[in-house]
Write a protein that binds this ligand. Structure first.
Ligand code: SF4
Length: 330
């Protein structure tokens, strides 16, 4: 039996890139009878880079939860919870921080990269440098055997494994070294052709309804060589085609669109309409679920409370073992 922990920062509403990548994979894992899943909204992590203004934290957590539930994550099958409701994450992070060499954190490739990318914020803090330790604690507190990550997250996983190993060597073996479960993430471009990202303002959101989606798709960039409808195009130079590849499940319609584009037999607006219709079909049950969850007062709080209770039961067992291994009196 595999056990996984997966988390997301509370960044607010999620987009179709999140859905096609991480969330689709989580749904698969949740359906697998040989995998036990824990899904956490890692709200403490929001503070590592946004400590100066946390006013949106609550609403951002709610939006992430709603999107998770809307796409079909089932809180009965797996605990869904807020990291801050399971205090053992932070306790273990403190313990692991005591034994993590500074050099490991300073060498972490995402550390310098993020300091450069987020130059409008002062990230020269103890918390920001140490966020990979908190990530390690998020995983190790459940003794996760595997962690689904994209290519860009593997350095953090390596660090979590090294920290687990160091703890086990100093005291006694408590933590399994989690394995990297590489997740293939399909290319999902935003409306401007760059990677879909909220910070670029180019995202199709899970919560966008048909009209809003169409407005965004209608104005998307396409193959720049196509000026007139009869100009032959190259789908491979067009982000609309990338979205067809991921979200248009109707193979025949997809092939037709590509062939018509190459032959100059379809206008871009017509091609975008096909994509929009397919997306509307796919998203309608997701929008319905989102409405159902958001219209029931107290339901989301109940889901989080139940998730936290189930996660805490597991986390406390691990933490008790860790405290004892270190030598604390219980
Ligand atoms: Fe892109 Fe479709 Fe236009 Fe071809 S027809 S350039 S695939 S939008």
């Amino acid at each position: 039996m595999k056990r996984i922990f997966s988390g997301m920062r509370p960044t607010g509403k999620l987009h179709l890139g999140h859905m096609a990548g991480a969330l689709t994979n989580w749904l698969k894992l949740q359906r697998d009878p040989n995998v036990e899943c824990f899904f956490g909204i890692v709200d403490w992590h929001a503070m590592t880079s946004n400590y100066a203004d946390m006013t949106s934290l609550k609403v951002n957590c709610e939006e992430v939860l709603l999107d998770w539930l809307a796409v079909g994550l089932d809180p009965e099958k797996s605990p869904i919870f807020l990291q801050s409701h399971v205090h053992q994450h932070v306790e273990l992070a403190l313990a692991l921080g005591m034994l993590t060499p500074l050099g490991w954190l300073e060498r972490c490739p995402t550390y310098k990269e993020q300091i450069l990318n987020l130059s409008n914020k002062d990230l020269g803090t103890y918390g920001f440098l140490g966020y990979p330790v908190l990530m390690a604690a998020d995983i190790l507190i459940y003794k996760a055997t595997d962690v689904p990550v994209g290519e860009d997250q593997t350095a953090h996983l390596e660090l979590a494994r090294a920290i687990a190993n160091r703890f086990n060597n100093f005291y006694r073996p408590v933590f399994p070294e989690p394995q990297i479960m590489l997740t293939a993430t399909p290319k999902v471009p935003g409306t401007d052709g760059r990677k879909m990202s909220k910070s670029y303002g180019n995202s199709l959101m899970i919560s966008d309804r048909a009209d809003a989606l169409w407005e965004k798709i209608r104005t998307m960039v396409t193959d720049p060589a196509r000026i007139r409808k009869t100009d032959p195009g190259d789908p491979n130079k067009c982000p609309v085609w990338d979205l067809h590849k991921v979200f248009n499940g109707d193979e025949a319609s997809k092939c037709q669109v590509a062939a018509d584009c190459r032959a100059g037999a379809i206008g871009c607006i017509q091609c975008k309409r096909v994509l929009s219709d397919r997306l509307n079909e796919m998203m309608t049950p997701i929008w319905d679920r989102r409405d159902r969850f958001s219209s029931q007062p107290g339901l989301m709080e109940d889901i989080l409370a139940d998730g936290a209770a189930r996660a805490s039961a597991v986390a406390e067992c691990t933490m008790a073992e860790a405290r004892e291994a270190i030598g604390f009196i219980h």
